[in-house]
Design a protein around this ligand. Structure first.
Ligand code: C2E
Ligand code: MG
Ligand code: MG
Length: 737
């Protein structure tokens, strides 16, 4: 209501008053509308009415002033409130608005462009004014204006005294509140979906809140724990000092972080990484403790596994070199304190390399695992069985009472590893060589003990493998010698230090030399003539036998061809083959290629293999030999009787000849036992339709005995020592005559 209206209202009021006055005076000459100022003066000549009129006007003036100031005050208040206010009448025209409403709805409009105009038409914002709320039943709703959130309230003012019905629209901004609600919802989600367990206590450390991860990790639900203390989860794995230091840190720095083991509701232990933070209010009073827990079970398992792998061999799961040295060092310390002895068994598998090279690493790996299991099963719990690498194992035996205890144990292992191992379709024979050293007799520190056991092991290898040997100081010399030979051997081929000798194979019945065995000779400038018995095993161990063996083939085949060309007729040349050669990649193909290169036929070449080499992997051996025999090659078993082939195997092997080992010939005919063996071998060979050659014939009596039992083919010093090619030729000519 503005001033003019008030004024008009007051005039009406005054006229009513005058009407009243006139009525009182008993005159009613005029109707109120005829009453003007002039008439009033006439009617009220003495100014009674005028006086009261001016009083009334005065009053009216004051009222108007109060009204205006109240209005100003209200506008100021309206402008100051943090909400937009718009008053519209029942026609939707703006009656009143405040500052915020202006910026929201009537941007850049002047007051006269707003007041009295239809709000919907002049509103400058897209969303309009009050439309949504007026449609809603609640008279309050949320709306978005210019990307800001508002709560709109509509209040209808009923019409009074002819004034139209009005509506007051109040827009309160709730953007911040909405954002706060949104983040709260987000925190709630995070709280419940985080992988970390969260536990919240009040200032007295009583549990007030947990999340679902916490329940998953500990098994306890919030209902189980509410009002309880976190000590409910104690595992008993930490002493009171641990908890005391953790509370101390919490009080001093407001936080504690570390690993802790708690107990799951089901009783199991849970390793956790825990961070506890103290929350205080503005007065510094502790209001809460928040604990965040990460389950580190799998991390711990990985750590344990890694730790295991660092100290164990991944293939066999036995302790590795690192752990073994550690155990040995500790064992030595204990033994020194208690005046005890320690035994060290150094085990090297005998024919492992051949198997690994010929059958592949998968078979090799499985074999190593089986061997590891076998050795472990024979050992006591207190022994340490370790794999040092490759095919080397070592056993540490504490509290050894006598040397015999170690040798008996070694013997047990040798025997066990002699038994065949079944892997896939293969039956594998390996065997092992064991060197033994004893603390303190053979060394006072771990390095010396291992070195000396290794030396003793090589002694076994040198003397034919498959056995054990206790270290003695003399052995060190032979270890040095072995190393010297190996080093010298490395250059022997390129420096042409090898040559071949040939030993005639004699047929007594037909009185002729039917063949020659090629025997390798090494004239080393440093070591002189080295026996093949000495250097061949070393060449095998170091794989040098492959190039050396190839040279032997090439040279002996060449020599045989040149003899034949010059009229020296020999049925074949017999060449020794070691296991490493036979099972080496492409052995048969290489040999066939050499034969073709020199224009020979297969039946002019015989290979000599020992029984044990054949037995290593009988199936592979048979397939290689079959391949060679299909090209006509001859196969002889060398040193027959010294290995461990059985009759059943012998029948399966594709062979032509048995060479009876010199050890059975040596004591003929005086040793009854040897006589029986020789007789049995000859008749066995006959029944298997195999030829026999007796090796190492040194005298007439041996010859006669063998002749009598039906063996007619010989080799030995009695006829000729192995000689160079020239001397062999001469012998051939002499004997043929
Ligand atoms: P082996 O194949 O059994 O050869 C026979 C060995 O007996 C030869 O020794 C020979 O000299 C010797 N011998 C022959 N007749 C008599 C005899 O009447 N009395 C005595 N006491 N000994 C006799 P060698 O030449 O010292 O060879 C020893 C072993 O070295 C051979 O035994 C063979 O296994 C191996 N070997 C020799 N040459 C080669 C070769 O080129 N390659 C391979 N892989 N091994 C070879
Ligand atoms: Mg031979
Ligand atoms: Mg032989």
């Amino acid at each position: 209501m503005d001033y003019e209206e008030k004024y008009a209202e007051s005039i009406t009021y005054i006229r009513a008053k005058i009407d009243q006055l006139l009525k009182l005076m008993g005159t009613l000459p005029l109707r109120p509308e005829e009453l003007d100022d002039h008439t009033l003066i006439e009617l009220d000549p003495i100014g009674i009415v005028a006086q009261s009129f001016s009083q009334v006007l005065q009053h009216l003036h004051e009222t108007n002033e109060q009204l205006a100031s109240a209005k100003d005050e209200i506008r100021t208040i309206l402008d100051a409130i943090n909400a937009a206010v718009v008053v519209i009448d029942d026609q939707g025209r703006v009656e009143e608005y405040n500052r915020l409403a202006h910026t929201l709805f009537f941007k850049q409009l002047e007051s006269e462009q707003i007041i009295g105009h239809v709000a919907r038409e002049i509103c400058t914002c897209e969303e309009g004014i009050g439309e949504k709320v007026l449609k809603s039943l609640n008279l309050s709703c949320e709306t978005v204006i210019d990307g800001r959130d508002f709560m709109v309230n509509a209040t209808h003012l009923e019409s009074k005294g002819g004034a139209p019905r009005r509506t007051v629209l109040l827009y309160t901004e709730i953007t911040a509140q909405k954002q706060a609600e949104e983040s709260l919802r987000l925190y709630e989600k995070v709280f419940d979906n985080t992988a970390e367990g969260i536990l919240i206590t009040d200032g007295e450390a009583k549990i007030v809140e947990t999340n679902s991860a916490f329940t998953r990790i500990t098994g306890y639900s919030l209902a189980d724990l509410i009002g309880q203390r976190p000590s409910l989860l104690k595992s008993g794995r930490h002493d009171s000092e641990f908890y005391a230091s953790h509370w101390k840190s919490l009080e001093e720095s407001g936080t504690w972080k570390g690993e802790i083991i708690d107990r799951h509701k089901n009783g199991s232990l849970v390793p956790l990484l825990q961070t506890i933070s103290k929350i205080t209010d503005w007065q510094g009073q502790t209001t809460n403790y928040i604990s965040i827990l990460t389950d580190i079970t799998s991390l711990k398992e990985t750590q344990t596994r890694l730790d295991f792998l660092a100290h164990h061999d991944a293939l066999t799961e036995l302790p590795n070199r690192l752990l073994f040295h550690d155990r040995l060092d500790h064992a030595i310390e204990r033994a020194e304190r208690n005046d005890n002895k320690i035994g060290l068994l150094f085990i090297d598998l005998d024919r492992f390399k051949i198997i690994n090279d010929s059958l592949g690493h998968d078979v090799g790996d499985t074999l190593l695992q089986q061997v590891a299991r076998q050795i472990s099963s024979l050992s006591r719990k207190s022994d340490t069985v370790a794999r040092l690498g490759g095919d080397e194992f070592v056993i540490l035996i504490e509290n050894v009472t006598s040397d015999t205890a170690c040798t008996t144990f070694a013997n047990k292992i040798v025997h066990a590893l002699k038994q065949p191992f079944d892997i896939d379709e293969h039956q594998l024979h390996i065997g092992c060589s064991i060197g033994i050293s004893i603390y303190p007799d053979d060394g006072e520190d771990s390095v010396t003990l291992i070195k000396n056991a290794d030396t003793a092991m090589y002694k076994v290898k040198e003397s034919g493998r498959d056995g054990y040997h206790k270290y003695s100081s003399e052995l060190s010399e032979s270890a040095v010698e072995r190393l010297t030979i190996e080093n010298a051997l490395r250059h022997a081929l390129e420096r042409q230090e090898f040559h071949l000798h040939y030993q005639p194979l004699i047929d007594c019945e037909r009185q002729h030399v039917f063949g020659a065995e090629a025997l390798l000779r090494w004239q080393c400038p440093l070591l002189g003539n080295v026996s093949p018995m000495k250097f061949i095993p070393i060449a095998e161990e170091s794989s040098l036998i492959i190039p050396i063996g190839y040279w032997v083939f090439e040279e002996s085949i060449r020599q045989y061809k040149s003899w034949r060309d010059s009229g020296i007729e020999l049925d074949y040349i017999s060449i020794n083959v070691s296991g490493a050669q036979l099972y080496h990649f492409n052995f048969a193909e290489t040999l066939i290629a050499l034969m073709l290169k020199h224009g020979l036929t297969g039946d002019q070449i015989q290979i000599e293999i020992t029984e044990n080499i054949m037995m290593n992997d009988i199936d592979t051996c048979i397939s290689i030999l079959d391949q060679l025999r299909s090209e006509g090659f001859r196969v002889a078993i060398d040193d027959f009787g010294t290995g461990y082939s059985s009759l059943s195997y012998l029948r399966r092997l594709p062979i032509d000849m048995l060479k009876i080992d010199r050890s059975f010939v040596m004591h003929l005919p005086d040793n009854n036992n040897d006589c029986m063996i020789a007789t049995a071998v000859v008749s066995l060979a006959k029944s298997l339709k195999l030829e026999t050659v007796a090796e190492g014939i040194e005298d007439e009596r041996q010859l006669d005995f063998l002749h009598d039992i039906g063996c007619n083919r010989f080799q030995g010093f009695h006829f000729s020592r192995p000689t160079d090619a020239e001397a062999f030729e001469q012998y051939w000519h002499r004997y043929a005559r």
